[in-house]
Ligand binder design. Structure first.
Ligand code: NAP
Length: 341
């Protein structure tokens, strides 16, 4: 519930429905088993997309697939007239990927490429927020790897199949890459430096700088892809303040003070938040809106409900974006992951 009704400019009927047996459209989303990702998958599924939900827990993803199917059936049971015979459900599959393990990302990308000949939409949705400082087995800070490094590896490994899909596209609709950034990217201030780990105390402050750094790097990534891969439409998204997802679970499950954080987040959500489903609208619009084009929208940033917005001056600085790209390529090559330059 929120203080005033948010009336999003969103109508599923504005976006095309496809019949997967005649026109197979394939999407891959990370973290589609909860929160914003769940509703993003629901809309794509209702529009006839074949959706691969990449996650680290098979049981959690399979449970969400069951719920998605039930929810889609409930929605379709309310269709009027002949709509039920004109609109087709897509397909839902689990793909194993743990973003905290880059080898799992590489294997997941390879498995996907062996399963499908095309990829119309890649949604880098999975993320974590405001965790205490820790390093992954790959030697990156945990928020940086989950929110930026692993999506970078996954996306660059899937670029060949996205490029191939662009060649196959007969109706000039380009394949799309989305990156779920956040308004929190604005915590990355001037003198942006990818080597900063912000491993300082108190965590409650410096953790936001680490989140901001990762989410800014993600916007840089979309801007660089827009330059380097102009046949693919790459966009960054801020979904809104969506306070009832699992993103806040580290803070709300802290002993004793967790309840205080929960209340704080609920009050904030009451005044400024949107529901999990409305939180998915920016992603759904960027996935399906046929008015978004390479010419108008490549490398752009979209906020709540898919309204085009300006990211921070650091995020839109192309010198920083190029430096972030080069830094990432070097870091990965030191770990024997080579990205064609
Ligand atoms: N909620 C907001 O207010 C808000 C605001 C701005 C931006 N965002 C961004 O929106 C995106 C979705 O967030 P949400 O609010 O929907 O949060 P959520 O409910 O916590 O969903 C996050 C998803 O990411 C997955 N994930 C996390 N770590 C992973 C890993 N190592 N490997 C594979 N999957 C992993 C989670 O899977 P598990 O279930 O296995 O943990 C979950 O499915 C995030 O990128 C977030 O930063 C959210």
């Amino acid at each position: 519930m929120t203080l005033w009704p948010r009336t999003p400019q969103f109508n599923d009927d504005d976006y095309p429905y496809v019949n997967p047996s005649k026109d197979r459209k394939v999407a891959l989303i990370t973290g589609g088993n909860s929160g914003i990702g769940f509703f993003t998958v629901l809309h794509l599924y209702l529009h006839g997309y074949v959706v691969y939900i990449a996650g680290r827990s098979k049981s959690r993803v399979l449970k969400s697939i069951k719920e998605l199917k039930e929810q889609a059936d409930r929605i379709r049971s309310k269709y009027s007239g002949s709509l039920i015979n004109e609109r087709f459900l897509g397909e839902l599959y689990f793909l194993e990927i743990d973003l905290l393990n880059l080898n799992s990302v590489l294997v997941g990308a390879e498995n996907f490429a062996n399963l499908e000949k095309r990829l119309d939409i890649l949604i880098n949705n999975a993320g974590v927020m405001a965790l205490p400082f820790s390093m992954t087995q790959d030697g990156f800070e945990i928020q940086l790897q989950t929110n930026y490094i692993a999506p970078f590896v996954l996306t660059t490994k899937l670029l060949p199949i996205l490029e191939r899909t662009a060649e196959l596209s007969t109706n000039k609709v380009p394949p799309r890459i989305l990156y779920l950034s956040s308004i929190g990217h604005k915590f990355a201030f001037r003198y942006f430096n990818m080597n900063s780990t912000f491993n300082y105390k108190p965590n409650i402050i410096f953790t936001w700088f680490r989140y901001g750094l990762a989410k800014t790097a993600g916007i840089h990534f979309m801007k660089m892809l827009a330059l380097r891969n102009p046949k693919i439409l790459s966009m960054a998204v801020h979904p809104g303040f969506v306070m009832n997802t699992n993103l806040f679970s580290y803070w709300t499950s802290l002993p004793i003070i967790g309840i205080m954080f929960w209340c704080l987040f609920q009050i904030f959500g009451f005044f400024f938040g949107v529901s999990n489903e409305i939180g998915s609208y920016a992603s759904v619009k960027c996935c399906l809106d046929q008015n978004l084009s390479i010419e108008k929208s490549n490398g752009k940033y979209f906020a709540t409900n898919g309204v085009e917005a300006e990211p921070s001056s650091v995020a839109k600085n192309m010198d920083y974006a190029a430096r972030t790209w080069i830094w990432t390529i070097h870091q990965l090559s030191e770990r024997n992951i080579n990205i064609p330059n």
